[in-house]
Design a protein around this ligand. Structure first.
Ligand SMILES: [Zn+2]
Length: 133
């Protein structure tokens, strides 16, 4: 996938979630069909950290199950960077287990949040264009 299609309402929900969790990182999953995101799942960051996240495993499991039942695919995994730029950290790269997923990172460093999307495969980071629909 070389582009990520996300409706503006979902971006607004993601931004709200990221601001809500500040100063900690927020995390969650974008789900959709045919590459178009349709809903977001906010997931608890059990690390309560400003520089890393770990999705609460039980919640993540429930979300994955619901997605399967609804015929949705994981279009992206999002998380925020409250104190750093919108670029994958070394830890993000080493923990990028979902090679087919897109990683969305929201930086809250500046007044205006910056949202970027990346593909992380075999330690190689490639920026993906976000198309707002
Ligand atoms: Zn990160």
């Amino acid at each position: 996938m070389d582009k990520l299609f996300v409706p503006r309402e979902l971006i607004a929900e993601i931004l709200a979630h990221c601001k809500e969790c500040y100063p900690y990182e927020a995390c969650g999953i974008l789900a959709g069909q045919f590459g178009v995101s349709k809903k977001i799942y906010k997931i608890k960051n059990i690390e309560k950290s400003s520089v890393s996240y770990m999705m609460e495993p039980g919640e993540q499991f429930t979300v994955m199950k619901e997605m399967r039942e609804q015929g949705l695919e994981m279009t992206a995994i999002y998380h925020s960077h409250p104190v750093s730029s919108a670029y994958p950290s070394p830890k993000d790269v080493s923990l990028a287990f979902y090679q087919d997923s897109v990683y969305v990172i929201v930086s809250l460093v500046n007044d205006e949040p910056l949202i970027k999307a990346f593909e992380i495969k075999d330690d190689i980071i490639k920026e993906i264009e976000i198309i707002y629909s």
